[in-house]
Design a protein around this ligand. Structure first.
Ligand code: SF4
Ligand code: SF4
Length: 382
């Protein structure tokens, strides 16, 4: 296994991290198959994986209740006396916080569930611009200071799917140790993007990458045109996606939610060659052609300039169009569709368009916004 330093923490983490939101189950999502999951962990840890990422709701029946991922992980590590040999990361469910006391209550509950006195990496789960000011008012930064000083957590961080501008503001608001970002070769201009990744690395904040395969579509739903570019290289689509990430020195650890031994074996093998700056010029050129092929499927040339905003109905026009583009690039839109509902408020959805046309008068790219929003509605529903 290869290791990289996680930002300025000085911790050496395996470049492949184990994401614990898709563990093997016995049919239902909240019923983890403990034998199979233990087998996977035994093998991964034996091969040097040392970063395990979970969160309060993973493997639960809803996002408002604690799931079984933390409980299983706590039991697994405790029974084998492995807590000191891994870096354990979990997250505070920010959307469940109603009052200041809730933060300590959830952290204390998570410590019990994970059967430890200290969580190595404690991340604020899914921070968004729309909930950040509320969280600040609740005193979330003071809470983090307190939890670090009394030893309940070692390092602080956050995960986000929000955009670069907000991400940079968030970065400036606290002395974070790590950030967890969605990033893959199709997301260079999406969410935090390449700009955000480089910004975090410059500031010495550890970078933990999620969705390296964009919800699996970069491994399983590759268009024929892309397959043709890759002909002649003996690499799987998943291998290209991981190698693209590990080629970047700014990337510290890449999470993968592995739930079969075959996936784990494949990822471990790919990770053996995951050195920074290790792709050849020919390979990088092939990657550029692949990215270009996907980009040619883009439906609308929106530059996200925001001149069309605000919409009197509250629609987030640039974001709606961005999701439409992402869907147009992919064969399987499940992942993009869930982000459309997760990241945008109901009022920001395309279905609220009253067709007043004000946005089109302002659009710098002369986009027929009303027509495109109808497509957004048709693609994702109300
Ligand atoms: S046409 Fe639709 S999206 Fe554009 S400003 Fe009017 S309501 Fe908003
Ligand atoms: S003005 Fe046009 S190009 Fe700019 S964000 Fe709005 S839709 Fe996109």
């Amino acid at each position: 296994m290869l290791y990289r330093e996680l930002g300025s923490t000085g911790e050496k983490v395996s470049i492949l991290g184990f994401g614990c939101m898709r563990l093997p189950t016995r049919g239902q999502y909240d019923k983890i198959d403990e034998n199979k999951a233990s087998e996977l962990f035994d093998y991964a840890l034996e091969k040097g994986v040392n970063y395990l990422d979970t969160a309060y709701p993973y493997h639960g029946i809803s996002n408002s209740e604690g799931g079984n991922s933390e409980i299983f992980l706590g039991k697994y590590l405790y029974e084998r006396d492995l807590h000191s040999q891994v870096h354990l990361a979990t997250k505070l469910p920010t959307w469940l916080l109603k009052e200041s006391e809730d933060m300590d209550r959830y952290l204390d509950e998570q410590l019990k569930r994970l059967r430890t006195d200290q969580i190595d990496f404690y991340l604020l789960h899914s921070v968004k611009e729309k909930n950040w000011f509320y969280l600040e008012d609740l005193g979330i930064l003071e809470f983090l200071d307190r939890a670090v000083s009394d030893g309940r957590i070692k390092y602080t961080g956050f995960s986000t799917h929000d955009e670069t501008v907000f991400f940079k503001e968030l970065m400036e608001s606290y002395q974070w140790d790590v950030c967890q970002l969605q990033y893959n070769y199709l997301d260079e201009q999406i969410q935090v993007g390449r700009e955000g990744l480089e910004y975090a690395a410059e500031k010495g904040i550890g970078t933990v990458i999620m969705e390296p395969l964009k919800g699996g579509v970069l491994a399983n739903h590759v268009p024929r045109e892309v397959e043709k570019i890759w002909e002649g290289f003996s690499r799987t689509p998943a291998e290209w996606a991981f190698r693209y990430l590990w080629n970047l020195p700014e990337v510290n650890v890449v999470l993968s939610g592995m739930n079969t031994m075959a996936q784990l074996l494949e990822n471990l093998k790919i990770a053996e060659e995951g050195f920074p700056d290790s792709l050849s010029d020919i390979e990088k050129e092939a990657m550029d052609r692949v990215k270009q092929t996907y980009k040619e499927k883009i439906r609308v040339e929106c530059s996200s300039c925001g001149y069309c905003m605000p919409c009197p109905s509250g629609i987030n026009i640039p974001h709606c169009l961005s999701y439409l583009n992402q869907a147009a690039m992919l064969k399987d839109i499940t992942n993009v569709q869930s982000q459309y509902y997760f990241m945008l408020k109901d009022t920001e959805h395309a279905s609220n368009c009253l067709e007043c046309g004000l946005c089109e008068e302002m659009c710098s790219q002369k986009i027929p916004i009303r027509e495109r929003l109808k497509e957004v509605k048709k693609t994702f529903g109300d």
